[in-house]
Write a protein that binds this ligand. Structure first.
Ligand code: URA
Length: 244
């Protein structure tokens, strides 16, 4: 999804079919409100979620939506699917339009799924420069050795993509459970990393994205809107690395 940003003068000139001089006049007369506050700067940027009013008439009022959903197994991380239930199908009726999924989970993976209509936010979550950590609780079929911890931290070469994975953290919890922290999200990445060492992933549960944790009160299939703090927390780079 593209987020559209333009300068206020261009936005008003396009929407009202008036020239830039008349736009300046509107502002000087205090007739324009952005996000319910009087606007006075023609260079101010307006994006698709800025609430814009002129003489009390609303020109734009789309609101950004951010939803956390506890993904159950057996659900596709997609907005449409002809065979299986999708994350969108799990939302209560009347959910906002135009949602997309910010960071997919595999069909049988569970845990923190995020949906939004704000493309800038979801791109921020997956941007390689942002270093946003995704933490997974993984159940494996056999014990994990310290050599694997080192191998994950050094990165593994994926021949298909011709790349080496970024340093990943691996915390051994017990013989069959580990936490993995990735700063990227490649196709089946966790399963492929363990598969390289003949270890099978039996279940995979996303605990957090950035500093945003899955709400423990949400049962599988349940969802709720994020608070403003949580929207920012998801984009906040890292926890100190330790077993938590
Ligand atoms: N890595 C995987 O292999 N599967 C997921 O669902 C997420 C990360």
């Amino acid at each position: 999804m593209q987020s559209r940003r333009s300068r206020l003068d261009r936005f008003l000139s396009n929407h009202l079919c008036i020239n830039r001089r008349d736009v300046r006049l509107l502002l000087a007369q205090g007739r324009v409100k952005l996000d319910h506050r009087q606007a006075d700067d023609i260079q101010q940027l307006v994006d698709q979620y800025t609430h814009v009013q002129v003489d009390g008439r609303i020109l734009q009022a789309e609101t950004a939506s951010y939803i956390m959903l506890h993904k159950p197994p057996g659900v596709v991380s997609a907005t449409k699917d002809s065979v299986h239930r999708t994350l969108i199908d799990l939302l209560p009726a009347g959910h906002p339009e135009n949602l997309h999924i910010a960071g997919r989970l595999d069909f049988n993976s569970t845990g923190l799924a995020l949906l939004t209509n704000d493309g800038r936010w979801s791109r921020g979550l997956s941007s390689p420069d942002a270093n946003i950590e995704k933490r997974y609780r993984v159940r494996v079929d056999k014990p994990v050795s310290q050599q694997l911890v080192t191998a994950f931290s050094e990165g593994l070469y994926f021949a298909y993509e011709k790349l080496t994975t970024r340093p990943a953290q691996l915390f051994i919890i017990d013989n069959h459970h580990v936490d993995v922290i990735l700063k990227e999200g490649r196709y089946h990445q966790v399963k492929r990393m363990f598969g390289r060492f003949q270890i099978e992933v039996l279940s995979l549960h996303r605990l957090s994205v950035g500093k945003l944790k899955l709400d423990e009160n949400l049962l599988e299939g349940d969802s709720r809107s994020l608070t403003d703090q949580e929207v920012s927390a998801a984009l906040t780079a890292s926890f100190p690395w330790s077993v938590r």
